[in-house]
Design a protein around this ligand. Sequence first.
Ligand SMILES: O=C(O)c1cc(=O)[nH]c(=O)n1[C@@H]1O[C@H](COP(=O)(O)O)[C@@H](O)[C@H]1O
Length: 238
Amino acid sequence: MKNSLIIALDFTGKEEVNSFLSKFNDEQLFLKVGMELFYQEGPRIVQELKEKGHQIFLDLKLHDIPNTVGKAMERLARLQIDLVNVHAAGGKEMMERALAGLEAGTLSGQKRPHLIGVTQLTSTSEEQMQKEQLISATLKESVLQYASLTKEAGLDGVVCSAFESEEIKRLLGSEFLTVTPGIRTAADEQGDQKRIATPAFAKEAGASAIVVGRSITNDPNPLEKYKQMKSQWEGVLQ
Ligand SMILES: O=C(O)c1cc(=O)[nH]c(=O)n1[C@@H]1O[C@H](COP(=O)(O)O)[C@@H](O)[C@H]1O
């Protein structure tokens, strides 16, 4: 889990996924299955990717009443994924029930998937947060509050931007996971992301893992781009 570069498979379906992965010469990867792919293909896509030896971050960002999220997590645990998330905004009780559901659903002899809480989405700016969510704190304070709540609920870490990672680790300990999306190289398009950082910046900030989607998936040579970003993340000079 730690030090992983997780590729976001934000594709419309299995065919696109297979064509993308065929360029990686059987390399074992850490892959993120998100809403788009999961809603199209269902749990089977997770099983198929696991059978090929990949690790899976199932990014469904659950956010509902505690009972519903707890029961849903019990089902998701059966998929034997490596990492799964909820929205921290759902509250401490919801997160506690999510964890309990995940534990209840994990088969004996299997490892419980890591559970992390999404703080403020990397597509949210401070201005937007203050205006739309009526939060008068700074964005960093809001992320730290969600991170503390997530830790109190017993979760393994958070999703945040690279800009908040260092402080979260300082406050909540180096073992508390910070998974950071919104990763771009200097040449990449920002798209809808607001808090973007390079792989090297995320490494400096002590991030546990980075999540990269379009920078790799939209590149004409995804394998090369993956290797480039991975070596920047791992601190190898180009
Ligand atoms: O939970 C996530 O993975 C997530 C949280 C967040 O705050 N921001 C964020 O971008 N993500 C996901 O990370 C991926 C980023 O994709 P790119 O912007 O294309 O690199 C997408 O699949 C998002 O759903």
